[in-house]
Design a binder for this molecule. Sequence first.
Ligand code: PBG
Length: 336
Amino acid sequence: MPKRFTTLGHYPTTRLRRNRGEDWSRRLIAENRLSVHDLIWPVFVQEGSKSRTPVESMPGVDRLSIDLFVEAAKEARDLGIPAIAIFPETDPRAKTPDAREAYNPGNLVCRATSAVKKAVPGIGIMTDVALDPFNSDGHDGIVRDGRILNDESVEALVKQAIVQTEAGADIQAPSDMMDGRIGAIRKALDVKGYQHEQIMSYAAKYASAFYNPFRDAIGSSGALKGDKKTYQMDYANSDEALREVGFDIEEGADMVMVKPGMPYLDVVRRVKDAFGVPTYAYQVSGEYAMLRGAADRGWLDWNKVLIETLTGFKRAGCDGILTYGAVDAARLLKST
Ligand code: PBG
């Protein structure tokens, strides 16, 4: 049974506003506090050198060539951001129906990973495990006759997780939503001697319309045929999210994620209460676009809505948040 409040005092002796009267008092009673240690920064990488390309639907976000990505990672590390997540824009010519570029040890993600690993000690490197940046169908798994094949996809995902780990990634983050992939990846990592490398599972990932700007950024929106509803979750469900999270923990996930973020904070709370494992949420590209788009028109205050939304994630039970606003938030937290 959830705890229920009966009367805990009443007006006029009890006045809730008394505690809110001064800044020092508000700080004293604050239940949740956002810190730089809660932030994971997703970054888009592209081929080339000394080049950056703005992502049109995500104002303020650029795709970076590896050299600039290394500089950005240094800045993030120096601000105290614990980890970065890498997402590649793959050359369309390298995309095939079997997505084999995903497990090419010389691919863009692996090169970006090893460059940061070498040049920027002290920051965690997280890589995505999913086939969509490499798949000519734009799907996270392998497609045959219009169906997403589960077990064949898992085989490819395992190979992808291995090359990324060999390149130096610390955390494998499967975002593909195939059944059984966490166990398969954990086993393969252990067999290869990677007992220390972690898995953050995108455990409760919903089929969402909030991913569109991300698909623009990695260049998969043009390729995507249909939608992802046969593997990503139906946004009507949250009991099912607990089953997804439970399976992933049993299969060996070290950390779990709920995605998207803001419309799913109830799911975060249920997951945290049910399992008590390290729990994260992804404030996804569409959420960023929505806030930044309004801020750029002068309709919202970007700094304020950024910190408010991220604190909301903490209140919902998140141990950390993936956000494209991580660097902005880290700077703001430093100055306050
Ligand atoms: C792909 C992947 C997606 C995101 C992270 N990994 C998009 C999708 O599932 O289509 C979305 C991130 C965002 O929107 O910011 N496996």
